[in-house]
Design a protein around this ligand. Structure first.
Ligand SMILES: [Fe+2]
Ligand SMILES: [Fe+2]
Length: 169
């Protein structure tokens, strides 16, 4: 990452995950831009569907939970309650959309979607891409800077280790 003054280790780890989520959302956007339903037997299509489904699984199961359990409470305790509540609220909005897109991607992998389900995937994915991209932008601008202000070095090291343990678990 472009290291800004006071960057934290945990901030760098989250930034890396944000980048891979954005890359997956980008691949999803190119997939749903097609006029016709992509062929679920095409290896390239399968690769995109698998990458997106896995990225959304990681996002909801681990990245969101880590932020909610370890970071938002610290941000709120430091006085930025508004930011913590806003970001947590966005997680609640994104979670069901991410789950639905993940399930529809897997259903397409497992035998193909009907036309109405393909249109549903396109609509929900569009909504998800907009919300998640905006959410990541806010965290990159607000949360990562706030962490640099509020985390002392020991806490930062401890959080980075906890995050790394979850990633490799
Ligand atoms: Fe988040
Ligand atoms: Fe995040």
């Amino acid at each position: 990452m472009s290291t800004f003054f006071g960057a934290t280790r945990i901030g760098e780890a989250l930034h890396t995950e944000h980048q891979s989520t954005l890359a997956a959302l980008d691949a999803l956007e190119r997939l749903i831009d097609r006029r016709t339903m992509p062929d679920a037997a095409d290896p390239q299509v399968r690769q995109v569907l698998e990458t997106v489904a896995q990225a959304l699984e990681d996002d909801v199961a681990r990245h969101f939970a880590f932020e909610e359990e370890n970071l938002f409470p610290r941000v709120a305790a430091a006085g930025a309650t508004f930011m913590a509540d806003m970001l947590a609220g966005e997680h609640e909005e994104i979670r069901p959309l991410a789950g639905q897109v993940r399930d529809l991607c897997r259903a397409h992998l497992d035998g193909g979607l009907s036309e109405p389900d393909w249109r549903l995937l396109r609509d929900v994915a569009q909504d998800l891409i907009e919300r998640e991209t905006f959410h990541i932008q806010k965290e990159e601008m607000g949360l990562l800077a706030a962490l640099a202000q509020i985390l002392d070095r020991d806490t930062d090291v401890e959080l980075a280790a906890r995050h790394a343990a979850l990633t490799t678990a």
